[in-house]
Design a protein around this ligand. Structure first.
Ligand SMILES: [Zn+2]
Length: 286
């Protein structure tokens, strides 16, 4: 690449990151996002045992909550719906010793009882607030095969598989990335770049350093890379909602420019076939 081209690419990446920072801040301030956060806060996270109990009794379950929670969200459990049994902790309040009126109360566990929860499919009513997903829209037919080749050039195996866990579109394991099978071509492009960015930035030689970062910082770096690379190839990628759900703000994005830019340049070069020598490999992959 000539110096002019290198400079133009650096400028383009910086502009993209600045735009993404502004978009992400706008999402965080929006009413839709606030309503979405409120709704999501109603869903508890379940223990591993309860997650198993839910998936055995209702393998198609996607969003699960108790009767009253669904009511708060403007939905009701359909007549005749059979609840999913889980174990709920029984807590009782106890004053901290020595007991007097001012001593704080603590929750003590006295055992478990069976409680029933319901999947969203067993309910009717208001639609839950949603954020735009990347999966919407068409495009990427030309980019995807080039991306697949680029990932291979980085010595990373790419597999399309059914992923059971809802909300997970892909993951990176260090040498292998797995992408959800049923996604649109456009969504696949975004997820492949996101997971490839995890491979470049957070696996192999960078793993120890990456483990010191927060999950939200790692997601910021991967998703912003996807945004920048997609843009480079003329495709809009809705990353701001995803980033907002990880509590990322514009300033953090601008502060991460160097990291995002490093991964984006590497992927763009691999996709465009520049420096397509074997030393592009991410290292010790058998
Ligand atoms: Zn990720």
């Amino acid at each position: 690449m000539t110096n002019d081209k290198v400079g133009a690419l650096a400028e383009q990446i910086e502009n993209s990151v600045n735009e993404l920072a502004a978009e992400t801040d706008a999402v965080r301030k929006s009413e839709v996002f606030r309503r979405w956060l409120d709704a999501m806060a109603q869903f508890s996270t379940y223990s591993f045992g309860n997650q198993m109990a839910i998936s055995v009794q209702c393998p198609t379950a996607s969003k699960v909550a108790g009767f009253q929670t669904w009511k708060r969200l403007g939905r009701h459990v359909k007549k005749g719906a059979k609840g999913i049994a889980i174990l709920a902790p029984c807590l009782y309040s106890k004053k901290v010793e020595p007991e007097n009126a001012d001593s704080p109360t603590v929750k003590r566990l006295s055992g478990f009882k069976i409680a029933f929860v319901f999947d969203i499919a067993m309910t009717d009513g208001d639609a839950l607030p949603t954020l735009n997903e990347n999966s919407a829209g068409a495009g990427g037919e030309e980019l995807l095969p080039r991306l697949e080749a680029a990932v291979q050039k980085l010595n990373v195996v790419l597999d399309y598989e059914e992923i059971r866990e809802s909300g997970v579109e892909g993951y990176s394991t260090g040498g292998r990335i797995v992408i959800r099978q049923g996604l649109s071509v456009l969504a696949k492009c975004g997820v492949v770049i996101h997971e490839a960015a995890h491979e470049i930035l957070h696996q192999h030689d960078n793993r120890a350093e990456a483990n010191k970062k927060t999950k939200s910082q790692r997601e910021l770096e991967a998703e912003a890379t996807a945004y920048v690379v997609m843009r480079h190839f003329g495709i809009e990628h809705a990353a701001s909602n995803y980033l907002a759900t990880y509590n990322v703000d514009g300033e953090q994005l601008r502060n991460s420019l160097e990291t995002i830019s490093g991964a984006a340049k590497r992927l763009i070069a691999a996709i465009e076939g520049v420096n397509a020598e074997p030393d592009d490999s991410l290292g010790a992959v058998p």
